[in-house]
Ligand binder design. Structure first.
Ligand SMILES: Nc1ncnc2c1ncn2[C@@H]1O[C@H](COP(=O)(O)OP(=O)(O)OP(=O)(O)O)[C@@H](O)[C@H]1O
Ligand SMILES: O=P(O)(O)OC[C@@]1(O)O[C@H](CO)[C@@H](O)[C@@H]1O
Length: 300
């Protein structure tokens, strides 16, 4: 069984604006509302690739209702906890000359809500996978990731973590199965700028030394690097194509990696599938579908 946890899922409001300007009214030329949040995206793409998962997290208010409806429409098995105060956030993604994101704060989550989430996670055991990704709402303590890892310790659950900075480094002692920073996040951890795949490799190795079994570093159009638990290093540029919407590309690569590994047991294939799934999402206005991923792999 695979579960994803998104502490702060969202409705993503994707808009296109020609020549966006600050301090004035801008009119959109395209708009779309998508279910969002990193774990939610991983669940959607896993489903698209033919692998069932359950999406856990917290929702609230009318935006929470719409998120549940959109997730159901996308075929995601959701078991969200409904919290009493506030609303599921709306994250605005503005595509113009540059891409600008405005991510909201999310609802108020109480310790009782957190306990409810933990009791759901307690159902996981040997051979199961838990993906924890995305930010933790400011109302929650910052050790949420560690608390989950500590709770699962010794139960044989493979934990995948996609989060920034301290959230990521603080789980490393619990030996996560996979971490997926992008090159900027990896550079931030070590106070360096990482531009090329060659520059990324030694820092990805460091995360392995600090406790992660597998380290997948995504690098947008530059592709990515995998330092696997076998000690093997895989690196590749990304497929060439026109980027339509890169929101969720990183989450797609996590889903692609897990799907590839479950299907073949090969880290090389899992890595190829991670990159192709990320690119397939970036090249369309929806998250990657299996035929799109296979077409990219076939053309590589
Ligand atoms: N411009 C691009 N061209 C080709 N592939 C891309 C591009 N942008 C992203 N991808 C694919 O998606 C993968 C993940 O992208 P990226 O590194 O931007 O993730 P991320 O920073 O975690 O993104 P997000 O937080 O938006 O999900 C890349 O490894 C690559 O395979
Ligand atoms: O604010 P966070 O939790 O860091 O990121 C949330 C988010 O930007 O991540 C997803 C893309 O990866 C989007 O669907 C969502 O809006």
């Amino acid at each position: 069984m695979i579960c994803t946890v998104t502490f702060n899922p969202s409705l993503d409001y994707i808009v296109r604006v020609d020549d966006m300007r600050l301090g004035t009214i801008n009119r959109t030329t395209y708009e779309k509302v998508l279910p969002g949040g990193k774990g939610v995206n991983v669940s959607i793409v896993l489903g698209n690739l033919g692998h069932a998962s359950r999406a856990l997290g917290f929702v609230a208010g009318f935006t929470g209702d719409e998120l549940c409806r959109l997730c159901a429409e996308a075929g995601v098995d959701c078991d969200f906890i409904r919290v009493a105060e506030g609303m599921t956030r709306i994250n605005a993604k503005v595509k113009s000359n540059e891409e600008t994101e405005l991510n909201g704060q999310g609802p108020n989550i109480t310790e009782k809500d957190v306990e409810e989430l933990f009791s759901k996670i307690d159902a996981l055991g040997e051979g199961d996978t838990l993906v924890i990704s995305g930010s933790v709402p400011s109302a929650l303590p910052h050790d949420m990731y560690e608390r989950i890892m500590a709770r699962l310790n010794g139960r044989g659950v493979r934990v995948v973590v996609d989060a920034e900075r301290d959230l990521l480094t603080r789980v490393l002692p619990y030996r996560p199965f996979l971490v997926k920073p992008n090159n900027h996040e990896l550079g931030d951890i070590f106070g360096v700028t990482l531009r090329t795949r060659d520059e990324v490799v030694p820092y990805a190795r460091k995360l392995r030394e600090m406790g992660a079994a597998n380290v997948l570093v995504s690098m947008a159009g530059e592709g990515g690097v995998l330092v696997a638990e076998t000690g093997e290093v895989f690196e590749s540029p990304a497929a060439k194509g026109t980027v339509v919407n890169s929101v969720g590309a990183g989450d797609s690569s996590v889903a692609g990696f897990l799907a590839g590994l479950m299907e073949t047991g090969s880290y090389e294939t899992a890595f190829k599938m991670a990159l192709a799934t990320g690119s397939a999402s970036a090249f369309s206005d929806h998250l990657a579908t299996r035929p799109e991923v296979e077409a990219l792999i076939a053309s590589s």
